[in-house]
Design a binder for this molecule. Structure first.
Ligand code: NOJ
Length: 703
């Protein structure tokens, strides 16, 4: 390949750049990127083209023009399903169910592959602690272990054992690294986290993706220690390649090479290309500095051509692993596309997943589950809304997704009021005028389901918020329903933990419904009427107020912790407790569980430890319990978190049934980053097991 051909292979542009060769539009975007029509046949990949017929056609045209007939790689954002949409990743995290995650990703792969997609920009494994950041919806949550397990399951679900199979796609983890640490929760903002925090918390998800064999990794928009990730040799050369041995492809995020200029790292496009190449970028997404300046950089000796050769080798190796040299269309098949997209089996899985991700936050007076055939009022902007799929549902349409439909499917007689849909803040809407008078029509309903939340377009990329409360009109609605003497069941649709404290006094039950995908309404209905006993647990802490943010369970202790009642000169707020409203791992069920008999046994030499605990379903309802193991290292050469999730196990328990759950604690699980390496230090460890991060039995052991 010539140098120009190699640089083309390293460039990714969207489908609108791939017109018919002779007639490519040299104005507008192409001109801005300084792209010439002879560059187009050399481009190695594209993003977000959909549809088997369309992709087959594009591929044919491209291969005719490509000098060596090298197939193009079709990548896309298939984030939580393609046509059949499953719950947003933050909600999937709440399921704590890695099997379900793998199955859901495999379903997404089947649909995407049939439409011609060959690689997805998923999973996102950014650790998230700040609900102001809109992108928390795309992450499995705040805990490194949960993220790592969900990430590994997702990669496995997409790629299977052989990513060249017609129903599999390659997986790209993102955004490497530490994007979740954006200051103030503002998207694209600076990240400044210590090396210890990076190594022990933020990197675990990406590492899990690499270990699971993910084919590609994507850079992030943020800086890390004052260097934009896309130009960070520490992240890409040192950690990803040298330490973790990643031999897959590194792609930039959208325009991220170019963004090194406004960041203030590169003075211009040539310097930006140099930084990216030296850091180890293989594909530049949606800017063309490598293409435009690569030749000059190599000819002048500023960049070694070896770096370009290595990058192109990795890209071609991926195309080879996908089998594109044998079959450039891979799974693209218009017949199959029709057959698998939203087929019955997929919709059934979406419904199962939706129900598994619903988190029951409050259930006073055991108002839930509802009686089948109940007469219900239904109020609020999500009462009959199809906007419940969740962000990144690019090509999807709803199934049984409205809540109204979900209630009716369970035989409920439903009367709706005040159901005008929300409009997105993105479009400048913050609220609607007071509509609470409409609620008077629900006077004869004893129970009202209040479908509240935030607009899905106000979550995801570029959707940061500083106020996390429900809109004023919704809060007034809940208050009025309460004042009317109704039993209020709030169903909250959101892509982030919202500030629910102000409305809790008006709600008898609170059900966190996130955005649950194609079968959202059906899945919520299954939980509300007790066909499915809620088992999900929070993957991210809910703050009491936005002023506490970031608030997360695995924080460090201070030198002045609160012991007993808070008072002056300890680390606390004057106007709010330190604890979140609902912590990580929290979630109610229609069953009740009792924990007892925590046992910690050392093996000869101390480790591994055998930990076991008994858990009993003391209720009359069968349920699924997620038993969580936390550990605290009491004193070490670097301060350690007050607790860290080290393992979890899900058990199904019949009414009255008791099971013993066992964990093995290894040296590796107790190791920490001492700023040079992961080490284990002897001393006291508190072993905790239980129902949630704030509800555990504990015992101290000396190792
Ligand atoms: C920007 C987003 O940050 C990234 O997550 C996404 O995959 C790319 N755009 C491509 O659409």
């Amino acid at each position: 390949m010539s140098l120009e051909e190699k640089l083309g292979e390293m460039t990714q542009l969207s489908p609108n750049f791939f017109g018919a060769a002779e007639s490519v539009d040299l104005t507008g975007p192409m001109q801005q990127m300084n792209l010439k029509s002879e560059d187009v046949p050399l481009l190695g990949s594209t993003l977000n083209a959909f549809g088997a017929e369309n992709i087959i056609e594009m591929q044919k045209r491209h291969m005719e023009r490509q000098p060596h007939h090298i197939p193009m790689l079709f990548m896309a954002d298939v984030i939580h399903g393609l046509k059949t949409v499953y719950p947003i990743p933050l909600a999937m995290g709440c399921s704590f169910d890695t099997g379900l995650m793998e199955e859901s990703a495999a379903m997404a792969a089947r649909e995407a592959a049939a439409t011609g997609v060959q690689l997805t920009f998923s999973p996102m494994c950014d650790l998230v602690r700040d609900p102001r950041w809109g992108r928390v919806m795309e992450s499995p949550g705040e805990d490194p272990l949960l993220i790592a397990r969900m990430t590994a399951a997702t990669v496995k679900g997409y790629q299977g054992d052989d990513m060249s199979a017609p129903d599999r796609i390659a997986s790209c983890f993102k955004h490497f690294g530490g994007y979740g640490g954006s200051e103030g929760g503002r998207d694209y903002n600076t990240v400044d986290i210590s090396d210890g925090m990076l190594r022990e918390f933020y990197l675990d998800g990406y590492k899990a993706a690499v270990d699971a064999g993910a084919a590609m990794g994507m850079t992030s928009f943020n800086t890390i220690d004052r260097i934009p990730a896309t130009g960070s040799k520490k992240l890409y050369r040192k950690i990803l390649r040298d330490e973790w041995g990643f031999d897959g492809v590194a792609i930039t995020d959208f325009d991220a090479v170019n963004e090194m200029i406004p960041h203030g790292l590169a003075a211009g496009g040539k310097e930006a290309a140099k930084y990216a190449l030296e850091a180890g970028v293989d594909i530049e997404m949606m800017s063309t500095h490598i293409l435009n300046y690569g030749k000059e950089l190599v000819r002048s000796g500023e960049v070694d051509e070896k770096l370009i050769d290595e990058a192109v080798w990795r890209i071609l190796s991926l195309k080879n692993r996908l089998g594109l040299f044998e079959n450039p269309f891979k799974g693209a098949d218009a017949g199959k596309e029709k057959e698998v997209c939203q087929c019955d089996a997929h919709m059934a899985l979406a419904r199962k997943a939706a129900a598994r991700c619903v988190v029951l936050l409050k259930n006073e007076g055991k108002i839930l589950p509802l009686q089948k055939g109940a007469k219900l009022g239904l109020a609020g902007p999500f009462a009959d809304s199809l906007s419940v799929l969740g962000g990144w549902s690019i090509t999807a349409t709803g199934g049984n997704s409205t809540l109204l439909r979900g209630l009716q499917m369970h035989g409920a007689e439903v009367k709706t009021a005040m159901a005008e849909e929300l409009k997105p803040m993105q479009m400048g809407f913050f609220d609607v005028s007071d509509q609470t008078a409409e609620l008077d029509s629900l006077a004869d309903c004893e129970i009202v389901v209040a479908a509240v939340g935030e607009h899905p377009d106000d979550t995801g990329e570029s959707a940061s918020r500083t106020i996390l409360r429900l809109s004023h009109n919704q809060e007034k609605m809940l208050e009025k329903l309460h004042d009317m003497g109704k039993k209020v069941v709030a169903v909250v649709f959101s892509g982030r933990p919202l500030e629910l404290k102000p409305v809790l006094p008006f709600c008898d039950a609170v059900v966190q419904a996130w955005f649950l995908g194609s079968e959202a309404g059906a899945g919520i209905g299954d939980v509300l009427f007790g066909d499915v006993n809620p088992s999900a647990r929070l993957s991210m802490s809910f703050p009491q107020t936005v002023g506490q943010v970031p608030v997360y369970y695995n924080h460090m202790n201070t030198g002045r912790p609160v012991v007993g009642k808070p008072h002056r000169f300890v680390s606390c707020y004057l106007d709010c407790p330190n604890e979140p409203l609902y912590p990580f791992g929290y979630g109610l069920s229609y069953s009740e569980y009792a924990y007892s008999n925590l046992r910690v046994e050392k093996t000869e030499g101390g480790l591994p430890l055998q930990v076991s605990v008994d858990v009993e379903n003391t209720s009359k309802v069968a349920g699924r319990e997620t038993v969580q193991l936390y550990i605290r290292d009491v004193a070490a050469s670097c301060v350690r978190p007050v607790k860290e999730l080290k393992d979890f196990v899900q058990v199904d328990l019949a009414p009255g049934e008791k099971k013993t759950v066992s964990f093995t604690v290894t040296t590796e699980m107790l190791s920490f980053w001492n700023n040079e390496a992961f080490v284990f230090e002897h001393g006291d460890f508190v072993i905790m097991a239980g129902h949630s991060s704030d509800e555990v039995l504990s015992e101290t052991v000396t190792l």
